[in-house]
Design a protein around this ligand. Structure first.
Ligand SMILES: [Zn+2]
Ligand SMILES: [Zn+2]
Length: 185
């Protein structure tokens, strides 16, 4: 079995099926790790993955790399793009792998899509860019286990995710507006 076939199987086990997202996510991860000089067959503690999509692709990335939200080495960037950046925390080298031609999955054409995306030459379907990471690395190395208490709602904010407004510590909900509204009686 080729490395690709073995990794696809990991994705299938984790995700529940093989779909074009697993196919592309597997290829993205193999390319990202290769460009960092890492072996995709072996999870690497120095790897960080910044995924810009929360669809099937990301399950392949998780299954192969072992990176997860819980381990804090998978970061979800809510951009809705079929793209991810793979970074080596040791060398700070980072590569972003993104799809060249975005598409919406037509489930009636899954077999053809799987075949095309598993066989197409990578330069035809995926773009590779060398990048540097701009956001704070909140993976416990650059930020030491911090806990700040919001001056407005008194909730605790971990790992430097707080913000300062007019000199006061605030959570992002209080500072910028929240994704939820508390329904009160
Ligand atoms: Zn899927
Ligand atoms: Zn708050």
């Amino acid at each position: 079995m080729s490395d690709y076939e073995e990794l696809i199987k990991k994705g299938e086990k984790f995700h529940g099926h093989i779909c074009v997202g697993i196919v592309i996510g597997t290829r993205m991860t193999m390319i990202g790790m290769r460009e960092l000089g890492m072996n995709p067959m072996v999870p690497n503690n120095n790897l960080r993955v910044y995924t810009e999509i929360d669809r099937c692709y990301t399950d392949a990335m998780q299954a192969i790399t072992g990176c997860s939200l819980g381990h804090r080495n998978l970061k979800y960037m809510e951009y809705g793009k079929t793209a991810a950046t793979f970074m080596d925390t040791k060398t700070e080298k980072a590569v972003r792998v993104s799809i060249k031609k975005p598409f919406i999955v037509d489930h009636s054409k899954m077999k053809e899509l799987n075949e095309f995306y598993s066989q197409a030459p990578e330069e035809e379907i995926l773009r590779i860019e060398n990048v540097s990471i701009n956001v704070i690395r909140d993976d416990g190395r650059q930020t030491s286990n911090s806990l700040e208490i919001c001056s407005i709602c008194s909730e605790g904010v971990r790992d430097n995710h707080h913000t300062i407004v007019d000199g006061k510590v605030m959570c992002k909900n209080c500072a910028y507006g929240s994704y939820y509204t508390v329904l009160g009686g």
